[in-house]
Write a new protein. Structure first.
Length: 262
């Protein structure tokens, strides 16, 4: 089993220079501890800072204030202890499915037999044991996302960072992959940080839901709903209260039409 890693943001901030000489504060004053093995979902409006928060964890965005550590070691760039899954299709089209999953293992210097065995294990775990010799172009979008999940978990990274990985999928495919991801997480023991626009998706997946808006951490909500989180669980009073809190923190303004329908 993979050992999940502990993540800590202390007074963390990211600023950058925009067009016209403006200084943009993407994140500021973030204090956050994520224990090892926890599944954390981050929700918020577009442009509110949630992707910056996780890209900093991946080592892709430098801090301009405060500190970010993994197991007390400063994050100064990408590392083998962290792997990121994006919304965009990142499966290499010039490699067969099995070779895609083996790619990172080959770069780590793992022997041919060992990496092949490990890649096949994770392809089986995501339900793709029968398509390992297929080309990505022969797969559906949902199947390519399964390849991406197998590739990420096969690395053995202690932290999996996911930036809206299922955002472009249809409802049924997304629900199926959510179940697959939860099964992989339980098996691997990784720490997962998962960005989503979808409050319902956060309720399905997260031990904890962070609300990020206008560059700040607005709320940190425990989500102790019973698993599996079917429709009945997600419509329970506890789930409805979590949803209402998120909506209030994001200051959604829903206006009904003054004109009746029909």
């Amino acid at each position: 089993m993979t050992t999940g890693r502990r993540i800590e943001y202390r007074g963390f901030g990211v600023a950058f220079d925009a067009a016209g000489g403006r200084r943009v504060q993407a994140l500021q004053g973030v204090d956050l501890i994520i224990p090892q093995g926890q599944f954390v979902c981050i929700v918020g409006r577009s442009g509110g800072g949630k992707s910056t928060l996780v890209r900093a964890l991946a080592g892709l965005v430098p801090a301009t204030a405060g500190a970010l550590t993994v197991d007390d070691a400063p994050v100064s760039g990408p590392g083998a202890d962290r792997v990121m899954v994006f919304q965009e299709d990142t499966v290499f089209p010039w490699l067969r499915v099995l070779d895609n999953v083996e790619f990172g293992l080959r770069n780590k210097g793992m022997s041919h037999d060992a990496r092949r065995q490990l890649a096949r294990r994770w392809l089986s775990a995501v339900g793709l044991a029968g398509v390992e010799r297929a080309w990505p172009k022969e797969l559906s979008g949902g199947m390519r996302k399964r390849v991406a999940l197998a590739t990420a978990f096969a690395t053995g990274a202690g932290i999996l960072i996911m930036d809206e990985p299922f955002g472009a999928l249809d409802f049924v495919t997304r629900a199926t992959l959510q179940a697959v991801l939860l099964a992989l997480w339980r098996e691997a023991g990784s720490t997962i940080v998962f960005v989503t626009h979808d409050i319902d998706e956060a309720l399905v997946l997260g031990d904890r839901i962070l609300v990020v808006s206008e560059g700040r951490l607005r709320d940190d909500l425990a989500c102790g709903l019973a698993r599996p989180r079917n429709a009945d669980v997600r419509s329970s009073p506890a789930a409805v209260e979590i949803t209402k809190t998120i909506v209030r923190r994001l200051d959604f303004r829903l206006e009904a039409s003054a004109e009746p329908l029909g």
